[in-house]
Write a protein that binds this ligand. Structure first.
Ligand code: SF4
Length: 475
């Protein structure tokens, strides 16, 4: 699935660095590695043990930070964030880390995930006099911390046990002259968060691919409900805010995370290849044959390789992706059919012409992008298109931080597989069954699969459904 065209987008990545010289530079590199999780804004808040410094802005990491801005971010501790706006809309003041200061100190927070009771908490706090600065769900954590008593750890615990939903977050706190860094995962473990080591310092990041770029050693992932606390006197400590039935997001494997990351204990690349093998197994059972298999770049490629390796059907590039499209490009005045897809992806005509092609994609959300891709494959002379989706049909929205369209826009929520096949102009269409996801990928552990099953791990009574969607759509 292509970022942003067919309707699903990643939401946010976080980095935290502790006891590392030039922590802001390292955080910047970590954010760079996590750019796929959010392209609308980036920010870093850092400290040398005293007052915080920070810089935030809209756009890609390399647009937001320049050499001079990084030179103004000294210190050996920092947190950072790349943002894709789901809750709160895309305006400059919503870019994280969110950062507040009072007479006792400062708190900065960077959050990946979505809090399903943020609207309810916000309304209650506003009645008590709290004034909110942003439309971001994360801000309730700052307000809840401000109203709690005790030290930073006690106030964070008080806040995190009141919010519900998905959070993998990093928090930098200054109390007087003392700073602490916290990294926390929600009790369901919905979003990834990993711990790495750099010399005598520590780094946490949404995905382990960030560690590779900064030369950190992957240590482990945080457990659901785990909080890591770093401070100058006690070093690193681990404590818990409580554990629920684990519900790591299965879509992190299918699409969101980078294939070179370890997420929920598995190599994302290997999991995607296994998904491709499941699809190949379906076709092998039916004696189906094709001339080649291609993956819709980039996220469909590992599953296409897995399909090829199990089936023996040759893997070819098939579609070439232009990686250098900025956020805005100037469209031609005269209409070119499917320009938005064609500027990003172009079929390899000579390779595809006259061939029966298996096209592997990681998901089919609205179906509009797949339809355009299949149309340009037909224009390139493909004789048969057999779409294989390395996921079950997406039938319900995500409330935990992935920007899915409303239910009515999800093609599989209202159409049969045969109707979807016709819509995307494919000769055949197959999805992976949810039971095969569990039997082949994760036999013993529960996961969140709600966008395929509607089995939401946080009880629906907590959603305040109407209010959550209202927050999601506000500018
Ligand atoms: Fe992931 Fe879907 Fe669950 Fe959202 S609803 S957390 S995308 S599995």
């Amino acid at each position: 699935m292509d970022h942003g065209i067919d309707g699903m987008k990643d939401k946010c990545g976080v980095v935290g660095a502790w006891n590392i010289p030039e922590a802001a530079h390292l955080t910047y590199l970590g954010l760079f590695a996590l750019q796929h999780r959010g392209q609308e804004g980036a920010g870093i808040v850092c400290s040398n043990g005293g007052r915080f410094q920070g810089h935030r802005g809209e756009g890609l990491v390399y647009n937001v930070f320049t050499k001079p801005t990084l030179a103004n971010l000294p210190g050996d501790r920092a947190i950072g964030h790349v943002r894709y706006s789901t809750a709160g809309g895309s305006i400059a003041k919503n870019v994280q880390p969110l950062w507040v200061e009072d007479s006792d100190g400062e708190v900065a927070v960077a959050h990946n995930g979505n809090l399903v009771n943020a609207v309810q908490i916000r309304r209650e706090l506003e009645k008590k006099g709290s004034v909110f600065q942003t439309r971001v769900d994360t801000e309730v954590i700052l307000h809840l911390m401000a109203r709690a008593s005790g030290d930073a750890a006690a106030r964070l615990k008080a806040a995190l046990t009141q919010v519900k939903g998905a959070f993998s977050l990093v928090v930098l706190v200054r109390e007087g002259l003392r700073t602490k860094l916290f990294a926390a995962k929600d009790p369901y473990g919905l979003r990834p968060l990993a711990l790495g080591k750099v010399d005598r310092g520590w780094v946490v990041a949404s995905e382990s691919c960030a560690f590779d770029l900064i030369g950190a050693e992957f240590v482990r992932e945080l457990d659901p409900g785990e909080v890591l606390q770093f401070d100058d006197e006690a070093g690193m400590q681990s404590w818990s805010i409580g554990v629920e039935k684990p519900a790591p997001c299965v879509f992190e494997w299918i699409y969101f995370s980078r294939p070179d990351s370890i997420v929920f204990g598995e190599s994302v690349y290997e999991m995607r290849k296994k998904l491709g093998e499941i699809l190949a197994e379906y076709d092998r059972r039916e004696g189906f044959q094709a001339d080649m298999v291609i993956g819709v770049p980039d996220s469909g490629i590992p599953a296409a390789i897995g399909y090829s390796q199990l089936s023996g059907v040759p893997y070819e590039m098939g579609i070439i992706r232009n990686h250098y499209i900025g956020r805005t490009f100037i469209e031609p005045l005269q209409s070119i059919r499917d320009f938005s897809v064609r500027i990003k992806q172009n079929p390899l005509r000579g390779t595809l012409e006259g061939k029966r092609v298996v096209v592997v994609d990681d998901s089919l959300v609205r179906g509009t992008t797949s339809k355009k891709i299949n149309q340009f494959l037909r224009d390139a002379g493909v004789s048969e298109i057999h779409m294989r989706i390395s996921a079950p049909p997406t039938i319900s929205p995500c409330y935990y931080g992935i920007d899915t369209p409303e239910k009515k826009e999800l093609i599989a929520s209202s159409r049969s597989i045969e109707e979807i096949r016709q819509f995307v102009v494919a000769d055949s269409l197959k999805y992976i069954s949810i039971s095969d996801i569990y039997s082949k990928l994760r036999p013993k552990t529960s996961m969140c699969d709600a966008c395929f099953t509607k089995n939401y791990p946080v009880p629906p009574t907590d959603f305040l459904g109407e209010q959550v969607s209202q927050l999601k759509s506000e500018p």
